[in-house]
Design a protein around this ligand. Structure first.
Ligand SMILES: [Zn+2]
Length: 312
């Protein structure tokens, strides 16, 4: 029975190679909350991706397999864990980490086998415990998510780290990093040095306006995080939503945030209100960044820039 399941999963593996030109086109954000079955892509020697809401990474070594993000709710978590098991033909130990605490990334934890080792940074675990229920309630208010989130709760971690944790998976490593707040307070980044693959969560995306969602987050802090990510020099970047890309995605994301920050500070120095500046920069960016997704969040980002610069 188990063998049949493994073969089914492997039959669904698509090899797409490493050429980042394949990923040059930004892709629409996938919003179907149910991850696809039998559609895992082999993107580098050790890394596989289930493309969906969100893109889920699976790093397979000789001794261990690390899953990055769970999908929304237990049913998706079970699906991801089955794919990871199917790829772990040496009986590898299963690890799970999450890019941030939002429900499509972390609420499927209960679908993983009980012996899975769950790893997170401290800040993300704190954020999950303090703000996770509120986010679950918010997501449950959307009809398309409600059923999938039945019974979903706040997961615990077996291993917590402050700034960095290196995981030896056997022939390949996963470098788990906490560089500070960007999209949320506890954003986590995973880098696979042997393959040059980066799984940055929401911190680096492909022409999607950065969503500065946490109240204490700001463009300035997000830029500081990108300056820690850049020296990793990844060859392939797998954002958790939207299309994949090469190292150029980091500079592209940074330039957008610097532009937004500078425009906000200019308008602030001219005495404009945050609301006014948000509306004006929103209109400017709709033209300047035509083709980018989620530009409706620009006014919120401007507000965060204003707050961040107001001092205590
Ligand atoms: Zn998120």
């Amino acid at each position: 029975m188990r063998r049949t399941a493994e073969l089914t999963v492997l039959a669904g593996v698509l090899t797409v190679g490493m050429a980042s030109t394949l990923y040059a086109q930004p892709q629409q954000i996938i919003t179907d909350p149910l991850l696809p079955e039998h559609a895992v892509e082999h993107v580098s020697t050790h890394v596989y991706v289930i493309r969906g809401f969100p893109n889920v990474g699976i790093i397979v070594g000789d001794k261990g397999t690390l899953v990055v993000d769970t999908g929304l709710g237990t049913r998706n978590g079970t699906r991801v864990a089955q794919v990871a098991r199917g790829l772990s033909t040496n009986g590898q130990r299963l690890y799970l980490t999450t890019t941030h605490f939002h429900p499509e990334h972390a609420s499927g934890q209960a679908g993983f086998p009980a012996d899975t080792l769950v790893i997170r940074n401290h800040v993300q675990q704190d954020e999950l415990e303090s703000d996770g229920e509120r986010m679950l309630t918010l997501f449950r208010s959307r009809p398309q998510f409600r059923e999938l989130l039945q019974g979903a709760g706040i997961g615990r971690a077996d291993i917590l780290f402050d700034r960095e944790l290196d995981l030896d998976l056997g022939g390949v490593h996963a470098q788990l990093r906490y560089f500070g707040a960007a999209h949320t307070r506890g954003d986590e980044i995973t880098f696979v040095p042997e393959d040059g693959v980066l799984l940055p969560g929401d911190v680096v995306q492909n022409q999607i306006s950065p969503n500065i969602i946490c109240g204490s987050c700001s463009p300035r802090q997000w830029i500081a995080v990108l300056d820690r990510v850049a020296p990793l020099r990844p060859k392939l970047i797998i954002p958790d939503h939207g299309g994949f890309g090469g190292v150029e995605l980091i500079a592209q994301e940074r330039a957008f945030l610097v532009d937004l920050q500078n425009r906000a500070m200019t308008l602030k120095s001219q005495g404009r209100s945050a609301v006014d500046a948000g509306r004006l920069i929103g209109e400017e960016f709709a033209h300047r960044y035509a083709g980018w997704q989620s530009l409706n969040n620009v006014p919120q980002s401007v507000e965060r820039a204003y707050q961040d610069s107001s001092g205590p």
